[in-house]
Design a protein around this ligand. Structure first.
Ligand code: SAH
Length: 384
């Protein structure tokens, strides 16, 4: 399961970082015919090769040169942890500089989602999030972001073929409904995608390429703390990528205390931008709202949230309530199941569709906001 480990400082270019034209340029600079680039591209993005050895239709000398002078991707897989009876897998990777990032594959009946990281660490400083405690370490490249998705697609196939999970688990996945393909990519791992917009977008283009991995735009969901320039760029792209906004509070004072980014982009401006996004793209936007006990989970706050979203006629939205996953040394605690349900019921009764996010990966520290190595509280129980 662990691929060949290169030294972290490995300076060789990563094939997954190259565009088809760059790959062609590299191969022709080696004196190879251009069609070899097409073959390699197929191996990487269609057959999901994770080593040059699998590219058996290439001449042996070329395979050797590839292995010597390039690497497949910039990330090195360290370990894969298994949770939820084998239906959640967390990959722990290192970057060339030794920084750690994580990705999570979640398998459900008839669908599978991978949650990928866009940065090592994160500069946004949200007080309730484990990744924020690391501070900002490094931007991932487009190839490194995409590499996590290719891993998930490969891992999904392997798990299905080997029946490497418990078919009697409460997650109700068995041979009859085991997903054949990766259905969704959510950019909700470590980092803020819109703080690394160009590389994030590059990963979308790579994964979307009909000649390559060919994933539909609607299979992607990007989550942001609310960086308005990113929302506008996505809106102007014309691509039908889904947008999720981490809201988490209903007034600016409370939101600034939780999310420093709110000083720069306060709630009113953020909702203006989201309203425009909905008007231009016709897409329903989702709002994430992490529930913290007696911090942001009162009935009055649920009423206010419903009012805020209903008052904007152009907004077609949906609220995703996330029971907070414990992070050490935050002094915070998660809402009780009763308060979570009450919050949801108020939203629903006021006409705002709301769902409570199903928890995955808690047993392997792979749940939302827990991606930071050992900073999250290990083995936290689900909400009471
Ligand atoms: N930076 C982006 C994407 C990463 S986080 C963003 O903030 O939207 C994905 C979601 O998990 C965000 O809504 C984030 O606020 C939430 N989250 C962070 N820490 C959490 C925790 N400890 N428990 C539950 N959700 C958390």
């Amino acid at each position: 399961m662990v691929q060949k480990i290169d030294t972290p400082a490995d300076p060789r270019p990563a094939l997954l970082d190259l565009s088809p034209d760059e790959l062609k340029a590299l191969l022709t600079s080696w004196g190879q015919p251009a069609f070899r680039a097409g073959q390699i591209y197929q191996h990487l993005w269609v057959r999901l090769a994770d080593s040059v050895d699998a590219m058996t239709d290439l001449p042996a000398a070329l395979r050797e040169q590839l292995a010597r002078e390039t690497r497949i991707g910039g990330l090195t897989l360290k370990v894969v942890k298994s949770g939820d009876d084998g239906l959640t897998r967390k990959a722990v990777w290192t970057l060339r500089g030794g920084e750690t990032i994580e990705s999570v594959l979640m398998i459900y009946p008839d669908r599978a989602t991978v949650c990928v990281s866009s940065q090592a660490g994160c500069p946004m400083g949200c007080v309730f999030c484990a990744t924020a405690k690391l501070g900002f370490l490094k931007d991932l490249t487009g190839g490194e972001i995409a590499q996590q998705v290719l891993w998930a697609a490969r891992e999904l196939k392997r798990i299905g073929a080997a029946n490497d999970y418990d078919p009697r688990s409460r997650h109700k996945v068995d041979a009859s409904n085991f997903p054949k393909h990766l259905s969704n990519v959510v950019f909700m791992g470590m980092g803020e995608p819109f703080n690394n917009y160009d590389n994030w977008w590059n990963s979308i283009e790579k994964l979307h390429d009909p000649k390559g991995f060919n994933m539909g735009a609607r299979s992607f969901t990007v989550s942001t703390v609310g960086l308005i320039p990113g929302i506008q760029r996505l809106m102007q792209s014309g691509m039908q990528v889904n947008l999720a906004i981490s809201l988490h509070a209903v007034d600016d004072e409370a939101r600034v205390a939780m999310m420093p980014v709110n000083k720069r982009y306060p709630i009113g401006d953020l909702l203006d931008a989201v309203e425009e996004f909905t008007r231009v793209t016709g897409r329903r936007v989702s709002f994430e709202y992490v529930l913290l006990d007696h911090q942001n989970d009162s009935p009055a706050e649920a009423e206010k949230l419903a009012g805020l979203l209903r008052s904007r006629k152009g907004l077609v939205s949906h609220v995703n309530l996330i029971p907070w996953n414990p992070v050490r040394d935050t002094g915070l605690s998660r809402s009780t199941r009763d308060r979570i349900n009450q919050f949801r019921d108020i939203l629903e009764n006021r006409g705002v569709p709301a769902t409570i996010r199903i928890q995955r990966g808690v047993d392997i520290d792979a749940a939302c906001g827990q991606l930071a190595g050992d900073l999250a509280q290990p083995h936290a129980a689900p909400p009471a």
